[in-house]
Design a protein around this ligand. Structure first.
Ligand SMILES: [Zn+2]
Length: 178
């Protein structure tokens, strides 16, 4: 019994250590990866939005960028593509131990998919006053009445993510070849 309690105690401690281990440094590392994805979208002529999904061990299980123009597809948002990858990799539609890092606040479609996947937490770079569904227009991720709420942390590399999108639209206005 004492041994059992000991084991239980130690596994509990490991879990706490794991949670605590998602340090500011780790968060920046993952958001930087999402930012790199956003830059790829920029290069390919899509609004620069990138997304990374990390499992509870800190392993990247989804990595994608916005391909709406490139694919000519309404649903080719970074978050949807990353969720599809993560589900495939994890062999489960539930991603309840996973965290998402996305450079722009999710739209209604992506917030819906994040809820459906029961994602644990979403880290957001820039906010989106026109379509953001993590509090800007509506907070679908934390609404009373739904059977799941997603933890949200905003402003991780927010300025950088927002500047990238501004640059994209600036180039579009100037008729750049993007
Ligand atoms: Zn979206």
């Amino acid at each position: 019994m004492a041994l059992f309690d000991g084991l239980k105690g130690s596994s509990g401690k490991n879990k706490a250590e794991k949670d605590a281990a998602r340090s500011e440094k780790d968060k920046l590392k993952y958001m930087s990866m999402a930012y790199k994805e956003a830059e790829r979208a920029f290069e390919e002529g899509d609004v620069p939005i990138g997304c990374i999904i990390v499992n509870e061990d800190g392993k990247v299980v989804g990595k994608a960028y916005n391909r709406r123009n490139r694919d000519g597809s309404t649903t080719s948002h970074a978050e949807i593509l990353a969720i599809q990858q993560a589900c495939k990799k994890c062999g489960d539609w539930r991603l309840e131990d996973c965290e998402m890092y996305v450079t722009l606040e999710p739209c209604p479609m992506c917030a819906g998919a994040i809820l459906q996947a029961r994602m644990k937490k979403v880290y957001i770079g820039a906010t989106n006053s026109k379509a953001g569904c993590a509090g800007s227009v509506i907070n679908l991720l934390q609404m009373d009445g739904f059977n799941h709420k997603v933890e949200v942390e905003k402003g991780l590399m927010g300025d950088q993510c927002s500047i990238l999108i501004k640059e994209f639209f600036e180039e579009l206005r100037q008729g750049g070849d993007i």
